[in-house]
Design a protein around this ligand. Structure first.
Ligand SMILES: C[S@@+](CC[C@H](N)C(=O)[O-])C[C@H]1O[C@@H](n2cnc3c(N)ncnc32)[C@H](O)[C@@H]1O
Ligand SMILES: O=C(O)C(=O)C[C@]1(C(=O)O)C=C[C@@H](O)C=C1
Length: 262
């Protein structure tokens, strides 16, 4: 995939019209069938830099995955976890750049509507690749030894108290030299700076065709569902978990991506 044309990474599907009519104020955002149907369009129009981040994943994998893992049938592969995989866009970005025999991907999501569709998409596009799609809660899932873990916009949906334990588990599963790529929406400590970033983020959504009603409907539905940390809190937590180095390699408004090295 060409990082300069990352829109190729995002499959084109149904247009996101979920918040075009006023909703019950208490309706919580959930990754159900309705979201699945328009998810690629929703995420492309809602997350600044989504395509660019996906496009860099195979580039990072090629530098940091050293075929360190052994499969049940004795092959040496790089094992990658895609945690909170949704429709498997990150897995797809990786599979597209690796020979089928070099990589083993474990894509996990707690939403059965997501994993059902992810399975179909991955089997259709990459029938030869070793990709397992699992419906599971990543908080209780046991991780096998691995070379790379992707948390692309997933940690933000876990209860705050569960985030550290997941990162501890990832750190323990990664082999020496392995990496975690952590992409998140964040907020800024400074209220004024935060307000500016949030306003420009809404401008980004407006520029992508979302109306005021859709923007406020989504904001209400995400309240207490998507809970952001500051960039500093992410780095502090990664340090506490024991990652030797961690660097913010991408930032676009309030969205960031960090790579952490075991
Ligand atoms: C914004 S989406 C992730 C997007 C995806 N990684 C991508 O690159 O297209 C967040 C996903 O995390 C999943 N999720 C939230 N909590 C989870 C949990 N405890 N275990 C597994 N998946 C979870 C949701 O079901 C949803 O599909
Ligand atoms: O914060 C918002 O308004 C968003 O739409 C962000 C976000 C995310 O970061 O995951 C929220 C839900 C959907 O998964 C797509 C994008």
């Amino acid at each position: 995939m060409n990082p300069l044309a990352p829109e190729q990474a995002v499959p084109q599907t149904e247009h996101d019209t979920l918040f075009t009519t006023p909703l019950d104020k208490a309706a919580r955002f959930s990754f159900d069938e309705q979201v699945v149907a328009c998810f690629p369009d929703m995420i492309r129009r809602s997350v600044p830099g989504y395509g660019q981040v996906l496009a860099m994943l195979p580039i990072f994998a090629k530098r940091h995955c050293g075929y360190q893992q052994q499969t049940a049938d004795g092959r040496r592969v790089s094992r990658v976890y895609d945690l909170g995989c949704s429709l498997g866009a990150a897995s797809m970005a990786l599979a597209g750049e690796f020979a089928a025999t070099d990589l083993q991907i474990k894509a996990v999501d707690v939403s059965p509507a997501m994993t059902e569709e992810a399975k179909t998409l991955l089997e259709t596009h990459y029938p030869e690749h070793d990709i397992e799609v699992m419906t599971a809660d990543i908080r209780t899932l046991q991780l096998e030894p691995c070379d790379m873990v992707i948390l692309n916009l997933t940690l933000q949906f876990l209860p705050a108290d569960d985030r550290r334990a997941l990162l501890d588990k990832i750190h323990a599963a990664l082999g020496e030299g392995g990496i975690l790529v952590l992409t998140e929406k964040t907020h800024d400590f400074d209220e004024q700076q935060d307000a500016w970033l949030v306003e420009r983020y809404y401008d980004f959504k407006r520029a992508n065709g979302y109306s005021e009603l859709e923007i406020s409907g989504k904001r209400n539905a995400l309240e207490n569902v998507l809970m952001t940390d500051t960039l500093e809190a992410h780095h502090e937590r990664l340090a506490a978990v024991g990652f030797a180095r961690h660097t913010t390699w991408f930032r676009f408004l309030n969205f960031v991506s960090i790579v952490a090295f075991k």
